[in-house]
Design a protein. Structure first.
Length: 470
C-alpha cells in the first residue's frame, strides 16, 4: 500500500482540512515544532490517510434512512457501501429500546419492498422479536440489530461499523467521497454518489452545504429507560403524573410525566418513553458541548425517575429496578439541509402534492396549536433531497430540507426509510448514467419506486389509520 502525506492528499483531492485539524502542516511526523499551541519541545504527530476504498454509492449512517438508502441503491444495481459510527445498525430504531418504528405499514398494508424486507427478516426470529400493530412495528431491538444485517446480507450491501465520517471530499463543488476514521487510520472512501443519512447532516455540513438549525426551539431529545420488577396490572393504575408532582422537590430532574409502553415484546420488562429535556433546556446535538450536557443530564434524570417511582409510586412500584437506558440520547432534530425546495408547515397541514414526489410523510406535527386532525399526508419532492449548491450528494431521513415545524411531521422512522429508499435509487441511476443526482429524470426514479411497490399517490389523504390517536 502506498501512503501519501497529508499535503499530497489535500493537493490531490481538494479536501477541506480544517475539519480534521490539519491546516498548517509542515515537516514529517514526529518532528519537533513551535507551531501555535505547541511548545518548543512538543512532538506533533501526523495522521496521513492510510488506505482508500472505492464504491459506486456510499451511504453514511446506518439508521432507518441509511437502511432504505443502501438497500435501494444495491437493488438498483449499484455497488454500495454503508458506514456506521456505532457498533450496530438501526439508529433511533435500535437505540430506543423498543420504541415503535412508525409508518411502516400504512393502514396495515405494505409500504414498499424495502420496508417489507426488514419486517420479514425480523419476523423470521419469531414472536419474541416483534409485534406489528396497525402501521407500527414494535421490536426487541437486539433482534432488530441482527435483522438489519440479515437484510443487508441478502441484498448485497457491503458495510462497516465503528467507522465514523470525519470529513467530506469536495472537488469542483462535487462531493466525491468522505474521509472516515478507522482503527487502521484515516481512510479515503471514493464514491460516484454519496448519501447523507447521518440524521445530523454531517456530510452536508462538512461539504460546505448550507444547513438549517432552529436554535432555541429544537424538538426534545429522548433517553429511554428499561425497567423490571413491575406488575403491569397494578402499575397501569398508577397516576405517574401524580408521582412526578409528589417527587419533584426531592428529584428535581424528573419530567412532568411519563408512561410505560405495554406493547414492548419483552415479557418481564418494560421501557419508558418520555420527552427527556423538554422542560429543562434546548440542546443541539451537532454541538459537542451541548450534546455532552444532554447525555449527562439524561442519565441523572433516568436514575431520579426510577427512584421517584420506587419511593412515591406505592405498592405497585416499590420494587421497580432500572436495567438499562438507550446507548445514547435519541435526537429528534438538529441540523437540516437547505435544499432546492424546503418543505414547510403549510405543506404538511394542507397535504400538498408535488410533481416530483418520491415519497410521502405522515405523523405528528409538533406545534402546540395544531391538532392532529388538521394534518394530511403530504408528498416529499425530490428537490428536498438535493442540497441547494453541492452536487453528487443526497440527504435522507430527518435531515432532509424542511422547516423546523415541517421537520417534526416527518421524522417517523418508516418515513425515513422511504426517503432513504428514494435516495438510493436516485444515486444508483446517477452513477449508471454518469451524471449528478440533480440531473436524473424524476420520472425514472418514480418508475423504479413504483416497481418496488411504493404508492406515490398517498398525498392529500387524511391520516386515519396511519397515526395513533390519543
Amino acid at each position: 500500500m502506498v501512503q501519501r502525506s497529508r499535503r499530497e492528499f489535500l493537493k490531490n483531492v481538494g479536501m477541506g482540512a480544517a475539519a480534521l485539524g490539519i491546516s498548517g502542516c509542515s515537516g514529517p511526523a514526529g518532528k519537533k515544532s513551535s507551531e501555535a499551541g505547541a511548545g518548543a519541545d512538543a512532538v506533533v504527530h501526523r495522521s496521513p490517510v492510510r488506505q482508500t476504498w472505492e464504491t459506486d454509492v456510499l451511504v453514511v449512517g446506518g439508521g432507518p434512512a441509511g437502511i432504505g438508502a443502501a438497500i435501494g441503491a444495491v437493488r438498483k444495481g449499484a455497488k454500495t457501501l454503508l458506514i456506521e459510527k456505532h457498533a450496530f445498525f438501526g439508529g433511533v430504531g435500535a437505540w430506543a429500546l423498543g420504541m415503535p418504528i412508525n409508518q411502516v405499514r400504512p393502514k396495515g398494508k405494505p409500504r414498499s419492498e424495502v420496508h417489507e424486507l426488514l419486517i420479514r427478516k425480523l419476523q423470521a426470529y419469531g414472536p419474541q422479536a416483534s409485534n406489528t400493530v396497525d402501521h407500527q412495528f414494535w421490536c426487541n431491538v437486539d433482534y432488530l440489530k441482527a435483522a438489519i444485517a440479515d437484510a443487508f446480507d441478502e441484498s448485497g450491501v457491503r458495510y462497516f461499523v465503528h467507522v465514523p465520517c470525519a470529513d467530506a471530499v469536495v472537488e469542483g463543488g462535487r462531493v466525491t467521497g468522505v474521509v472516515a476514521m478507522t482503527k487502521q487510520g484515516l481512510t479515503l472512501i471514493k464514491a460516484g454518489a454519496v448519501i447523507d443519512a447521518t440524521g445530523d447532516a454531517d456530510v452536508a455540513f462538512f461539504s460546505g452545504a448550507e444547513t438549517l438549525t432552529e436554535t432555541g426551539s429544537l424538538s426534545p431529545m429522548t433517553l429511554l429507560l428499561k425497567v423490571t420488577n413491575v406488575d403491569m396490572e397494578k402499575a397501569r393504575k398508577v397516576d405517574l403524573k401524580a408521582v412526578a408532582d409528589a417527587a419533584r422537590s426531592k428529584y428535581p430532574l424528573i419530567p412532568k410525566t411519563w408512561k410505560f409502553e405495554e406493547r414492548d415484546p419483552s415479557s418481564n420488562s418494560f421501557y419508558i418513553n418520555h420527552s427527556c429535556n423538554r422542560d429543562f433546556g434546548n440542546w443541539d446535538a451537532s454541538i459537542p458541548e451541548e450534546m455532552t450536557k444532554a447525555e449527562v443530564f439524561a442519565r441523572h434524570q433516568a436514575v431520579q425517575m426510577v427512584e421517584a417511582m420506587r419511593e412515591f409510586g406505592g405498592e405497585a412500584l416499590k420494587s421497580i429496578e432500572l436495567i438499562g437506558t438507550s446507548p445514547q440520547c435519541c435526537v429528534r432534530e438538529s441540523r437540516r439541509v437547505k435544499g432546492v425546495y424546503v418543505l414547510t408547515e403549510e405543506d404538511a397541514l394542507e397535504g400538498r402534492k408535488f410533481e416530483d414526489v418520491i415519497a410521502w410523510r405522515s405523523g405528528f406535527l409538533d406545534v402546540g396549536y395544531v391538532k392532529l386532525s388538521d394534518m394530511k399526508i403530504h408528498d416529499v419532492p425530490y428537490r428536498s433531497l438535493l442540497p441547494e449548491k453541492v452536487e453528487s450528494l443526497l440527504v435522507a431521513g430527518r435531515c432532509i430540507s424542511a422547516s423546523h415545524d415541517a421537520a417534526s411531521a416527518g421524522k417517523s422512522m418508516g418515513n425515513c426509510i422511504a426517503t432513504g429508499h428514494a435516495c438510493g435509487i436516485a444515486a444508483a441511476l446517477a452513477v449508471a448514467k454518469r451524471i449528478v443526482p440533480r440531473e436524473v429524470p424524476v420520472a425514472e426514479i418514480q418508475d423504479a419506486l413504483r416497481a418496488e411497490k411504493v404508492d406515490l399517490d398517498m398525498g392529500g389523504q387524511d391520516q386515519k389509520g396511519l397515526v395513533l390517536l390519543g
